[in-house]
Structures are given as C-alpha cells and as structure tokens.
Design a protein around this ligand. Structure first.
Ligand code: NI
Length: 198
C-alpha cells in the first residue's frame, strides 16, 4: 500500500543489510486488480520456517522498491497471513523500521477517520476510506514473540488496510459503489489497451 503518502522522487536509499545481496535479483511481482488471488482469504502461518523468513525479506524488498509503506503476502501471490509495514521511512533520511507481522489481528479499535488510500495492487486510484482512528494490533514476529502495537492515524490505517488484504478485501471495496464501478471500467479499458499494445 502506498496510501496518500506518495513518495516522490525515490527517497535516498539506505537498504537493509540483507537486501543488499538481493538488490540485483528479480523482485517478486505485485499482483494487480482484478487478479482473483487478491480476493482469497489467507491461511494462518504455522511454524516460522526459513521459507517464511525468506518470504518476509522478499516482501520488504518489494515494498521498499515500489516504494510503499505496507505489503501483504497475498499481493505477491502467497495466500498466508503475513504483512510488512514501515510507516516511518517516508520522511527524507528517515531510518527504516520494518515491521514483519505474522497472523496479525486488530484486538481493539476506537474513533473514526477518513484517509486517502492507494494500493500497489490497485493501480491509478486513490480514494478516501473510513477507518478506525486508533487500533491495537496483536501479531507474532519472525522470532515467534507476541507483539502488541498501539497505533493511530497513518499506522492504524496501514494496519487495517494490510489486514484487509489477508481477508481478500481491497480498499476499493470500502468506497462507494459508484466510484468503484467507475474505477473498474477505467481499469478494464486500460487492460484492454495494454493487451492491444502488446
Ligand atoms: Ni494494499
């Protein structure tokens, strides 16, 4: 997800140590609407294996490359309950603070706000979405520790948006039917053009 925070131009990169070695490898492809895999309900992560750790790294690589501030596993075709989020690094020179959240759940919510969201999987649209203003998120990290995070504003919106992905819900499912239909038509036209040009 890149939300309202368009990060342009590409910020000065301070890559994660681990991603240095993978920088020249092909990044995983981000699935785009209307890919049906984005509508699936993802399954919980069981044991944290090397495969899961590698997937988390792949997700971070994609997120920072796009750039975005969050990414859910189903967006790269893995239907499991894991998301990565970093809402700190959008400022110039800000440090990266990646969160890897496994089996994340929102256990408390309060307040309401409207936030302009976008999504790496839903090209060329941003729209206002109603969300809870503050949430408490519970998840497991890669070390298998339980983490509880109180979040508000951007980070709270990001958590809600990413967890929606795990339930097959896109932010355009939370806007008016009229706006969504207009977008779907526009997107279909765009895809037809891409096919014709190919
Ligand atoms: Ni998204």
């Amino acid at each position: 997800m890149n939300h309202a925070v368009r990060i342009s131009p590409t910020p000065a990169t301070t890559p994660l140590k681990d991603s240095e070695s993978t920088r020249h490898m092909a990044l995983r492809e981000v699935l785009k609407f209307p890919d049906k895999r984005l509508k699936e309900i993802s399954t919980p992560v069981g044991e944290i294996t090397d495969e899961i750790r590698q997937l988390a790294q792949d997700m971070l690589d994609v997120m920072y490359d796009e750039p975005g501030i969050g990414l859910a596993a189903p967006q790269i075709g893995e239907s499991i309950r894991m998301v990565v989020v970093d809402t700190d690094w959008t400022e110039d020179d800000a440090e990266r603070n990646p969160l890897v959240l496994i089996n994340p759940e929102i256990v408390e919510r309060s307040g309401k706000l409207s936030w302009t969201e976008g999504c790496l999987s839903v090209p060329d649209i941003e729209a206002d979405v109603e969300r809870s203003e503050s949430v408490v998120l519970r998840a497991t990290n890669l070390e298998n520790d339980e983490v509880v995070i109180e979040a508000s504003q951007l980070q709270a919106v990001c958590f809600q948006h990413e967890i929606d992905h795990l339930d097959g819900v896109l932010f355009i499912d939370r806007i008016s039917r009229l706006k969504r239909n207009l977008y779907v038509q526009r997107r279909k036209k765009q895809l037809r053009r891409e096919l014709e040009d190919a």
